[in-house]
Each structure stands twice: as structure tokens, then as C-alpha cells.
Design a binder for this molecule. Structure first.
Ligand code: HEC
Ligand code: HEC
Ligand code: HEC
Ligand code: HEC
Length: 121
């Protein structure tokens, strides 16, 4: 016969296992993918969806076309350097993106150049 007390102990042990499980799960966050497939930029002007795979492979293998500083610095994140406001030496985040993204689309005559074809979501 299981007593009320045994039942309480059993429930207590289960709760401990559950908490341990949650802690273990939370402390092993998956590694950052080497080459994220899709990136969604949240902006005031509307979200922009950038698909890495469209931009790497098909027509250019050059990571450096966009990650222009990756040889000197280890970061792939444009906003680690390009901040909200820029200056003559370092363009702001949105200037950097507009020059890079739209600039290349204009040069190659491919990819969206209209505001709302990028800020489409
Ligand atoms: C057409 C431009 C472009 C090309 C080409 C490109 N990337 Fe990216 N990549 C980006 C942009 C834009 C981001 C987002 C950066 C941000 O959020 O500040 C990004 C993000 C990344 C990130 C994630 C950074 C993070 O912390 O989330 C990695 C890793 C990365 N790229 C690797 C690569 C590699 C490797 C290549 C070459 C095989 C490559 N990229 C080619 C534009 C490009
Ligand atoms: C480690 C710092 C760093 C990172 C990361 C970085 N940039 Fe830059 N970027 C700079 C600096 C410094 C300049 C100004 C000097 C120069 O042109 O190299 C610059 C200049 C630029 C320019 C202007 C170039 C010109 O000829 O007018 C563009 C466009 C640009 N960055 C886009 C990007 C994009 C897009 C990303 C991310 C995919 C990125 N940058 C990541 C530091 C960085
Ligand atoms: C080095 C040149 C280059 C740069 C830099 C570049 N693109 Fe593109 N992009 C292209 C080309 C070429 C296409 C057309 C590809 C096709 O149609 O197969 C394209 C297509 C696209 C498309 C439409 C296809 C899709 O993914 O749905 C979007 C959206 C886009 N680019 C967004 C961006 C954004 C945002 C950036 C900057 C973070 C950027 N691009 C930077 C060359 C570039
Ligand atoms: C080739 C794609 C593309 C085109 C075309 C484009 N944008 Fe953007 N825009 C971006 C990206 C990428 C960002 C940077 C998102 C970020 O900072 O995270 C951005 C950022 C912005 C921001 C800054 C928003 C903020 O939250 O700080 C504004 C405003 C903006 N764009 C307006 C425009 C206008 C107006 C046009 C047309 C004249 C335009 N964009 C055309 C891709 C594009």
C-alpha cells in the first residue's frame, strides 16, 4: 500500500528531476550556425528578409563582399561596428546596409532596389 507520505516523496523527486532537466537544457544552448540561412531585420520602415543562401553560392562565393572586415576582425555582425548613428569615417548601420545591399543590386541589375520591395514585411 502506498501511503500519502510515499506519494508526496515520489512527487517531490519527480519535481527535482524536472528542474534538473530544465537547467541542463538551458545551459547547453545550441552553437551559432556557421552560416545562418535567413536573417530578419526588424526596422522602423518595415521588416527586411535577407536570405543568405540566395546570396552565397549562386553568383558569389565571396563572404568578403559583405563581411568586408572579417579578415581583421572576427565578427560577422555588421552592427558590432556600424551603430545607430555614424560619421564620415564609419557609416551608420542603415547607411552601411543601404550602400551594401541596394548598391550591389543596382550594380548587378538584380535584386530589389525599391524601398518596399526590401521592406516588404
Ligand atoms: C550579400 C551579403 C552577404 C554575403 C555574401 C555573406 N553574408 Fe553573412 N551576413 C550578411 C548579413 C547582412 C548578416 C547579418 C549581420 C547583422 O545582423 O549585423 C550576415 C550574418 C552572418 C553570420 C551571423 C552573424 C551572427 O552573429 O548572427 C555569419 C556566421 C555569416 N554571415 C557568415 C557568412 C559566410 C561564411 C559567408 C560566405 C560563405 C557569408 N556570410 C556571406 C551578409 C552576407
Ligand atoms: C569590424 C568592424 C566592421 C564590421 C563588422 C563591418 N564593418 Fe562596414 N565598415 C567598417 C569601417 C571601419 C568602415 C569605414 C572604412 C572602410 O570603408 O573600410 C566601414 C565601411 C562600410 C561601408 C562603406 C564603404 C564605402 O566604400 O563607402 C559599407 C557599405 C559597409 N561598411 C557595410 C558593412 C556591412 C554590410 C557589414 C556586415 C555584413 C559591415 N560593414 C561590417 C567597419 C566594419
Ligand atoms: C554582392 C551583391 C549583393 C549584395 C551585397 C546584396 N545582394 Fe541581395 N541580391 C543580389 C542578387 C544578384 C540578387 C538576385 C538573386 C537571384 O535572383 O537569384 C539578390 C536578391 C535579393 C533579394 C530577393 C531574393 C530573395 O532573397 O527573396 C532580396 C530580398 C535581397 N537580395 C536582399 C538583400 C539585402 C537585405 C542585402 C543586404 C543585407 C543584400 N541583398 C545584399 C546581390 C546582392
Ligand atoms: C536592398 C534592400 C533595401 C532597400 C532597397 C531599402 N532598404 Fe531600408 N534597410 C534595409 C536594411 C537591411 C536595413 C537595416 C536594418 C537594420 O538596421 O537592422 C534598412 C534600414 C532602414 C531604415 C532604418 C530603420 C531603423 O529602424 O533604424 C530606414 C528608415 C529605411 N531602411 C528606409 C528605407 C527607404 C525609405 C528606402 C527606399 C528609398 C529603403 N529603406 C530601401 C534594406 C533596404
Amino acid at each position: 500500500m502506498t501511503s500519502q507520505r510515499d506519494l508526496k516523496i515520489a512527487v517531490f523527486i519527480m519535481v527535482i528531476f524536472l528542474i534538473t532537466g530544465i537547467i541542463c537544457y538551458a545551459s547547453f544552448t545550441p552553437p551559432v550556425p556557421e552560416n545562418p540561412v535567413r536573417i530578419m531585420f526588424q526596422t522602423k520602415a518595415g521588416k527586411v528578409l535577407f536570405t543568405h543562401s540566395v546570396h552565397v553560392g549562386d553568383y558569389t562565393e565571396e563572404c568578403l563582399d559583405c563581411h568586408h572586415n572579417i579578415e581583421d576582425d572576427e565578427t560577422y555582425n555588421c552592427s558590432d561596428c556600424h551603430e545607430e548613428t555614424g560619421d564620415e569615417d564609419l557609416p551608420s548601420r542603415s547607411d552601411a546596409f543601404h550602400t551594401n545591399c541596394r548598391g550591389c543590386h543596382e550594380d548587378l541589375d538584380a535584386g530589389p532596389v525599391e524601398c518596399n520591395s526590401c521592406h516588404s514585411l
